[in-house]
Ligand binder design. Structure first.
Ligand code: NCD
Length: 308
């Protein structure tokens, strides 16, 4: 595998993505066969923004591979508060860890950090830009659930403007055949223009709608998202938009029997808890797949350096 860092979904070509998803599938079939492959290796987790799943999932992944973890849980405990640059922090942690997973509030920070990292660097979310390991998680969930990554009608619903998981997932799923995207959001939270331009340039079919009810019966995948409160410039706009979509059993009754409902989590109120026991709810399975996807990615990235 010729990839050194994962800063954006576009760092992976289709074969590399398949290699990772195939390896993740092998791991989920027989986790114990992989339990010692990273013995003696250290994952550094640098999280400058809050996280539950992504950080714990990386930690779980490395520990399930027999490696260990050190890291920062928030920026307040790091030397960035003393004025240290991200470049210096990354150079320093490159001496302590064999691979780094970093989440940062600035768009583009992962790309910048990768220029200073002497070990593989993984983007665990950079502001409202990208979240490529959530996308590997989402793709593994889709492939394990639907057996396929093409010929799908994929609805993405909620905050498509600030939701970085949405941006990465659209980019990744665009390379598969005959996928159709239905972008469901209020006008204020539409997908950024640069993503629409890329879809247009590659002649990928998509439509933008406001009402989930209008399209739910056509979907194979429904990817729900939280309105990203922390990225709004004013509270009033957030309050106005936060309850735009609430998926409940009444709405789900119009959906296909084999719809898969995904959500990167955390959920606020956009999926009613009554949906959790519906067989179409896949968001907690998605959490489990996230560990396997990250185990596979760590193994693939470390293949480039000293063998795990
Ligand atoms: C997402 C994120 O951080 O972008 N969460 C996650 O990593 N699973 C989605 C979100 O915070 O809404």
């Amino acid at each position: 595998m010729t990839i050194k860092h994962l800063t954006s979904t576009s760092d992976l070509n289709i074969e590399q993505t398949h290699d990772i998803l195939n390896l993740a599938h092998s791991i989920l079939e027989s986790p114990s066969s992989f339990s010692d492959l990273c013995h003696g290796k250290i994952l550094g987790t640098l999280f400058f923004e809050p996280s539950t799943r992504t950080r714990l999932s990386f930690e779980s992944a490395m520990q399930r591979l027999g490696g260990s973890v050190l890291g920062l849980q928030d920026s307040s405990s790091s030397s960035t508060t003393k004025g240290e640059t991200l470049a210096d922090t990354i150079q320093t942690v490159s001496s302590y860890a064999d691979i780094i997973a970093m989440r940062h509030f600035h768009e583009g920070s992962a790309k910048l950090a990768s220029k200073y990292a002497r070990v593989p660097l993984i983007n665990a979310g950079d502001g409202g830009h990208q979240h490529p390991t959530q996308t590997l998680t989402d793709m593994l969930t889709i492939r394990e659930t639907k057996n396929d990554l093409d010929h799908l009608t994929i609805g993405l619903c909620g905050d498509l403007k600030f939701g970085r998981t949405v941006h990465s997932l659209i980019e990744a799923m665009s390379v598969y055949k005959n996928n159709h995207f239905i972008l469901i959001s209020p006008p204020e939270l539409q997908v950024p223009d640069y993503i629409k331009s890329a879809l247009d340039a590659h002649q990928i079919s998509y439509e933008e709608v406001i009402r989930l009810e209008e399209v739910i019966d056509r979907l194979d995948i429904l990817y729900m998202t939280r309105v990203q409160k922390e990225r709004f410039f004013n509270e009033a706009d957030y309050v106005r938009l936060k309850d735009s979509y609430i998926l409940d059993l009444a709405k789900l009754s119009y959906a296909k029997k084999d719809l898969a409902v995904l959500h990167p989590l955390p959920r606020v109120n956009e999926i009613h808890v009554e949906v959790d026991t519906d067989p179409r709810a896949k968001y907690f399975d998605q959490v489990t797949y996230g560990v396997y996807a990250r185990m596979a990615l760590i193994l693939k990235l470390l293949e480039e350096g000293p063998q795990c």
